[in-house]
Design a protein around this ligand. Structure first.
Ligand code: UDP
Ligand code: MG
Length: 351
């Protein structure tokens, strides 16, 4: 484990721990979230910051973030130019996390209780690079969501190969600076974060907790999104479906050959009665379907190759306001990705 050095650098202290919070239309919960995270982080006793990422919200989320940033030196705000989706918003937050020792990833909706963070920190202090929070119960989620989630993870487990995804685990976790730096070298467009976290490796440990229902607002998930999320997970971590297509093709070819042989033998022995039109149609349609499906699978991979080859940046930052920095609103405030680290958290450091 990296030694902790919360000593001020040149009279200023950079945050040791950054808490990264992606938020999309979270105006109902953001203030409550901040009120709950503050005492928790103060209790840890290391300089900290919370990085709020506004993922193109259509409500007052950004205004609340700016308000919090103006009032509290621990707050840093990353405003994306539009909605990029949670995985990318999270990446943007991790890119801008100034924490020198560790970073915590947490949802804004209070489903991940901030009170678990000290446990994550304790696990990290015991020497683990990654401490991921593992749900004991899933309150406020339908059995359908639980069942589909379980099915997805057991499928991923079977075909996932070397990268094993821990079950009942979301993005809520703590990562050491070195494992974060490793994660940030993965710049793929299709970001299946749970898979990326697992891919990075490093000593990891599960910290059990009870997941709460959403405090307010509504989930941005639906089954279509969940399906796409699963597709993302599967296609970015395994070429299994392509293999399945190969074997399916092979199996049907073998079956067709056997069937043809049987037809020949029967014709030789018993003559040729009129073949059934409906069965012919059924077979044609079946193989038409199998071929289209296989093309679709290839297409899923091809489309992803297409997206990756464009080499676009993952996101565009509209503005970045570091925590505790002497930020002034000026007309020359540059847009674009600013990687300026938070410089000092004057007067706002937990002692
Ligand atoms: N989120 C985001 N961008 C999006 C959708 C969601 O940043 O396009 C954030 C959201 O504000 C929340 C977290 O990601 O902090 C998890 O979202 P949600 O609670 O809707 O997902 P669930 O908990 O149902 O998995
Ligand atoms: Mg949620």
């Amino acid at each position: 484990m990296t030694p902790l050095s919360p000593v001020p650098i040149r009279g200023e202290a950079r945050p040791a721990i950054s808490v990264v919070v992606p938020a999309y239309n979270e105006q109902e919960v953001l203030r409550a979230f901040h009120a709950r995270i503050t005492p928790v982080m103060e209790g840890i006793g290391l300089p900290w910051e919370v990085v709020y990422v506004n993922d193109g919200s259509r409500d007052g989320t950004l205004a609340i973030m700016l308000e919090l940033q103006a009032a509290d030196g621990h707050v840093s705000v990353v405003n994306l130019s539009r909605n990029f989706g949670k995985e990318i918003a999270l990446t943007a937050g991790l890119d801008h996390a100034a924490g020198t020792e560790a970073v915590v990833v947490i949802d804004a909706d209070l489903q991940d209780p901030p009170e678990v963070i000290p446990d994550l920190v304790a696990a990290w202090r015991r020497g683990f690079d990654i401490a991921y929070a593992q749900r004991r119960v899933r309150e406020g989620e339908t059995w359908m969501k639980k069942a589909t989630a379980n099915a997805f993870y057991s499928f991923m487990q079977k075909i996932g190969g070397k990268v094993q995804l821990p079950p009942n685990t979301g993005d809520f976790r703590l990562m050491s600076r070195r494992s974060l730096d490793a994660l940030l070298t993965l710049r793929e467009q299709h970001r299946f974060m749970k898979g990326l976290f697992a891919w990075v490796g490093f000593p990891s440990v599960a910290v059990p907790y009870d997941r709460a229902p959403r405090a307010a607002g509504t989930t941005k998930w639906n089954y279509w999104k969940l399906w796409n999320f699963s597709l993302e997970g599967i296609t970015s971590f395994t070429v299994g479906p392509l293999k399945i297509a190969t074997y399916l093709g092979f199996a049907t070819a073998v079956f067709a050959a056997l069937y043809a042989m049987q037809l020949i033998v029967r014709t030789v022995l018993f003559g040729n009665p009129v073949a059934g039109y409906p069965s012919l149609l059924a077979v044609v349609l079946f193989f038409g379907g199998v071929q289209l499906m296989t093309l679709g699978i290839i297409g899923e991979y091809l489309g992803r190759i297409f997206n990756e080859t464009k080499g676009r940046p993952l996101y565009i930052t509209e503005r970045y306001l570091p925590s505790g920095a002497a930020w002034r609103q000026t007309s020359s405030d540059p847009a674009g990705v600013q990687r300026a680290p938070a410089s000092g958290t004057s007067g706002a450091i937990a002692s």
